[in-house]
Design a protein around this ligand. Sequence first.
Ligand SMILES: Cc1cc2nc3c(=O)[nH]c(=O)nc-3n(C[C@H](O)[C@H](O)[C@H](O)COP(=O)(O)OP(=O)(O)OC[C@H]3O[C@@H](n4cnc5c(N)ncnc54)[C@H](O)[C@@H]3O)c2cc1C
Length: 463
Amino acid sequence: MDKKLAELIGKDKVSTDIGDRLCFSKDVTPLCYKWIDLYKLPPYVSDIIASPETTEDVIKIVNFARENNKKLFIYGGGSGVVGGVIPTESGITLDMTRMSGIINLDEESLTVEVQSGIIGQNLEDFLNKKNYTLRHFPQSIRSASVGGLIATKSTGQFSTKYGGIENYVVGLEAVLPDGSLLNTGDKPRSSTGPDINNFFIGSEGVFGVITKAILKIYKMPEEVKYHCFIYSDIFRALDSIREIMQSGIKPPVIRLYNSEESRLKFEKLGFDYDGCLLILCFEGKKELVEAESSVAKKICSGMHARDIGEELGKIWFENRFDTRHILEKEEEYGGMSDAIELAASWSKIKKLYTEVEEYFKKRNITLASHFSHVYTSGVSVYNIFYLNAGDEKEAIDRFYQIWDDVMEIALKNEATISHHHGIGIIKKTRLKQELGKGMELIKKLKDNLDPENIINPEKLIEN
Ligand SMILES: Cc1cc2nc3c(=O)[nH]c(=O)nc-3n(C[C@H](O)[C@H](O)[C@H](O)COP(=O)(O)OP(=O)(O)OC[C@H]3O[C@@H](n4cnc5c(N)ncnc54)[C@H](O)[C@@H]3O)c2cc1C
């Protein structure tokens, strides 16, 4: 089988080496860490790794998979945290890492066209050399690909001003399961029916392979300024950030940590306050930064916040990619940690936060939470839990139980079960409950586009 594929796309683009097969069969889902300890080989390993370099290669691989009734799994950067790349059946994994070219920089329209396998940081480095920037800064920017960022509907640390990836995608190219090619161009907006880009943003690869994308870019900001506050009461702090957003200003970064996470994350970085840390960042033209920071400061002071200046904001920026606290727990024998990212409207968020906090408190599980993607209508809450279950199997059981329970709490509070990590294989049991009729629509689309269920089976959709 692999020989036939090699004849089609070239020998150097096909591998059955066990090292490659293992490498492209996992992502950063905590389960993958546990599998390493529990089994000699993880329960799911891809049979063949195909590494296309061009869209034409992708078309050939998709056609090959369909004609030979082989499942096809898509691997972008492997930084997903919900098992999106795990090959749940025998099949071929499409390794997109060689499709990493920059095709066109349109300096007049401020867009960049790339192959979808490019890693976010590599694109950012290219843009920075020309005094441009993407400003889509997920914490995983050094390992996530543009295709993966689109397929999971990712968001970044500067999202409050620039939005999630859906605000960046101007156009894209995708290979559909029947091997045909779709291209949506670079129009700034159109009223020609539903937005086709949106079929792929958050699609988790089930509708086809994203091969290219045209993304918005920005000029480097003239000025960047941080400002931090301490609140004794998390709900008063939440009211402040709602006021800030609803006042019409748009700081790119609004990060509000509850007192537990303020201490856990920042104590080693010099934080010695009692309370909840709020970090604000303002950027853009100098006059705009001055005006926006002055409006925000007035709102925070009016809510009895203690002004602690800019230092901790700068420290956060320097340490913004540090996730050791989660990884160290996952690596412990019997240890488990994960981040559950929910979102709700302002009128529902406090109750949701309280119920999630009570859930973990009752079970004596450490929970650290922050609010970091803020909208005029609501906010996302990022709940990190840490536990040690005593052994690896028990840790996996607790992991599934916690996810299911917290998703139930979220749904009861009319919140979303995923603000930006996606569904993968971890959350799909509860997706129908959130989407209702919408789930049927997704299924019908999938059945029509991919009747043999070749591409990314078992992802997003519960069969
Ligand atoms: C430390 C850490 C921090 C993180 N921080 C953030 C964050 O700040 N914000 C955020 O949103 N996420 C974050 N994530 C999650 C993860 O990085 C994102 O989900 C990211 O978008 C995944 O991109 P990837 O290229 O690694 O995708 P992968 O993990 O390779 O794949 C993810 C899914 O997308 C599909 N896919 C990949 N490429 C394509 C393609 N070309 N066409 C179609 N489908 C495709 C895959 O099949 C899979 O279903 C973080 C993860 C880690 C480990």
